[in-house]
Ligand binder design. Sequence first.
Ligand code: PLP
Length: 496
Amino acid sequence: MTHRLSEPDPARFGETFLPDQQPPRVHPKVLQDEFVAAAEWAARYLNELPANPVGRPMPARQRARLREGRLGREPGDLGRVLDFVRDQIAPYPTGNGHPAFFAWINSPPAPAGVVAELLASAVNATCGMGENALMDLERGTVRMLAGLAGLPDRTGGVLTSGGSMANLLALATARTWYLTRRGSADGPAYDRDHARLTVYYSAQAHMSVAKAASCIGLPAHRLRPVTTDAHDRLDPAALHAAVAADLDAGLLPFCTVSTLGTTATGAVDPLEPVTRLCRSVGMWHHADGAWGGLGAAVPALAPRYQGVGDLDSMTVDPHKTLSVPVGCGALLVPDPEHLHTAFAHQASYLAAAEPDALPWLSHSTIELTRPGTRALALWATLQHLGRDGVTDLIEHYLRLAEELRDRITAEPRLELLAGGPWPVACFRVTDTRSSDPDALQTRVARRVQENGRAYLATVAVRGSTALRACLCNYRTTTADLDLLLREVLHAADADH
Ligand SMILES: *Cc1c(COP(=O)(O)O)cnc(C)c1O
């Protein structure tokens, strides 16, 4: 007889379900055993991760099986979940748990965050409506992030699925704020004004900014990517000129997005001149700090964050800089009533119990039913690190990136193109024999990925293809830097 884990032998456990109890009921003893087995497996998986390959090719047949989407009629065993993850999911991750993974900005999960996600999903609070402990904790974690980011005490906001969602909420908030001030948030004036809105961001801004602008209804010809300087920072003079030209043409500049830590090269846009311009023409100033929003907490970076407290809103991505398990982003807004103006909608089935209750978090975002996992995973990670730990962690990344850039500069077969102040190095394999240096970098990255000992990606830097190595894994050491460069040179050798 096969042992059905969801319904253990009553003779052994002396307990049966009530006749009208429905699946997905689970016998208490089975639940306990499965949790213990899952927790033991997860801890072993995380502990043993560095000894495994960064990634491995996934057999085509298995990929097809996962995509098939066939659901059997018969109930399955609870124990199948762990078997399935162990055999079919865990061997094929993105690779971002591994210390030799240097691609994109994907962190490994902080252990405290992994534990918290399990616990929070058991509590399963919905952080959109009513009152519950996790919703207050979310308000508290938003304040913790605001404190680390150097924003004012009064700052509010919401956690989001990530930076893209936070940027979308920011642009929607800026738009409502702008049109409300002009008296054209509704009515015939709306049609006249909305069609003339323009938004500004550096040419190095993340694509999610343009995507957000498109989602709130701005066509491509109302988007203004602005020239950057030699260090990939937004050029305030170019911004000034673009805004002036649009005003002259009768358009309505409503928002500028600065980037704190550009995705490609880690640049930090100058905040103060942009805020001054925004104030003088009545624009909202949002900063996309998905990667670099917490720079004010790091003494070596803080001077570049002068004026951060005067921003109208900021995106931060705790799932990048802080290793909170994905997806955990946040939108921070020093005057949170602007968020409520954009997102508070009433409905008869959602009457608040008390008139003086705090605004629900659903009044600050698009989501109504919202997970408490973000708040608890963020809280757990932050309390495990402490304020000093956050600074130390970012400083660790900065030190490693500096080491990496030094090693690249010292290696005659490599050329450093860009990188910093956020911890990244963009570089190239130099090979005078190569007729297509861009294609060479792409081949090198692909070979490194295929060999499975390290992982990095490519990026376009000032018109050339570069190898890009990003530091955002707390387990990465200088030995991993050596490994990466060995792998890159080895992959370049394979060209001959
Ligand atoms: C990663 C990133 C985003 C997007 O964040 P997601 O969490 O991936 O949605 C936005 N802006 C910048 C600067 C980023 O680096």
